[in-house]
Design a protein around this ligand. Sequence first.
Ligand code: NAP
Ligand code: G4F
Length: 331
Amino acid sequence: MAKAALITGITGQDGYHLAEFLHGKGYEVYGIIRGQHNPKRARVEQEQPFVKLLEADITDTSSLIRAIETARPDEFYNLAAISHVGYSFKVPQLVADVTGKGVLNALEAIRLTGGEKTIRFYQASTSEMFGGLDYNRPGKGYDETALFHPRSPYGVAKLYGHWITKNYRESYGMHASCGILFNHEGERRGLEFVTRKISNAVARIHLGKQDHIELGNLDAKRDWGYAGDYVVGMWLMLQQDQPDDYVLATGETHTIGEFLDLAFKEVGINDWKPYVKQNPAFMRPAEVDILLGNPAKAEAKLGWRRKVDFPGMVKLMVQHDIGLESATSLD
Ligand code: NAP
Ligand code: G4F
């Protein structure tokens, strides 16, 4: 019989890639969609008609219970979050409820439906929990043993989600694993994140639809991988006999300036400086200056390997956005 998976955050970047991947593996895929009229519903229904959408909200445990009773999942992937770090400074209490306590709601819904011994649980933890302070591991990068020091309401909420997942594993014997994922991007990335904001602006500049882009801090460094590679790691975690926590990362770190270099070169522009303006509105009250992950454990124990490299990912994103922007009229 086909396995069933229930995904929260189905309308997000990772929800899209994970649904594709699990469908390809023969899973019955259920996705939780929130809101009384979610504008992303039509996109999922059109592009991924195999996904069975269930209306629920991560802040409403009763709705999660009903979703579990309908889907009877073997695997529960908790990807739901308010995931934008900058925005989390604007709505910190909402972020605590959704990104933090939402994880507890999901775990409790599993227990209350009697699924703690049968449903395998994935929690979307993040490199933002490390925060980039005490960056004293030259050449090694953050691994599963590194100290946490979150630098945003988002990072703090995620750390709660991380520890409550570990706590439910230890307290109730749940097969609950946390993927500590470093930044992963791609053609499905939201336009509010820096990589997609750049790839989309570069495409529009190339097509004469825009003349510049406004950004915040250009010096921050991130360990950027491709989202399609990272959802494979999520699945691998839930196929192990024992639950555990794993870092997924590339082991390379690049500045936003380096991303700009490659993206603009993709459309034949060698000097991006005339096209980029700095705008303090995009600066954050506290910044994570550098993130570099060490995926050695995931590589050794899960056999996980990322396939798309940094230049390949930038190219893929810019070319995708040129296609997208060419297909829409001048605005
Ligand atoms: P994303 O594109 O921002 O998607 C977030 C998803 O959460 C959306 O489907 C959103 O639904 C849903 N959501 C928000 N509030 C909700 C609520 N109250 N109830 C139910 N669903 C809700 O994020 P992503 O990039 O796919 O990331 C997936 C997960 O991995 C997130 O938890 C993120 O924090 C974490 N993560 C991401 C990265 C990364 O680099 N992408 C790295 C580490 C960890 P709507 O569309 O309706 O808003
Ligand atoms: O693209 P970002 O918003 O991603 P950030 O903050 O690293 O968070 C992403 O990755 C985390 C994993 O480490 C996830 F947990 C999280 O959910 C999310 O997916 O910003 C990247 C860097 C930051 O240093 C930011 O200050 O880019 C800098 N930046 C500069 N100008 C900008 C901008 N970020 C955004 N979003 N918009 C700008 O205009």
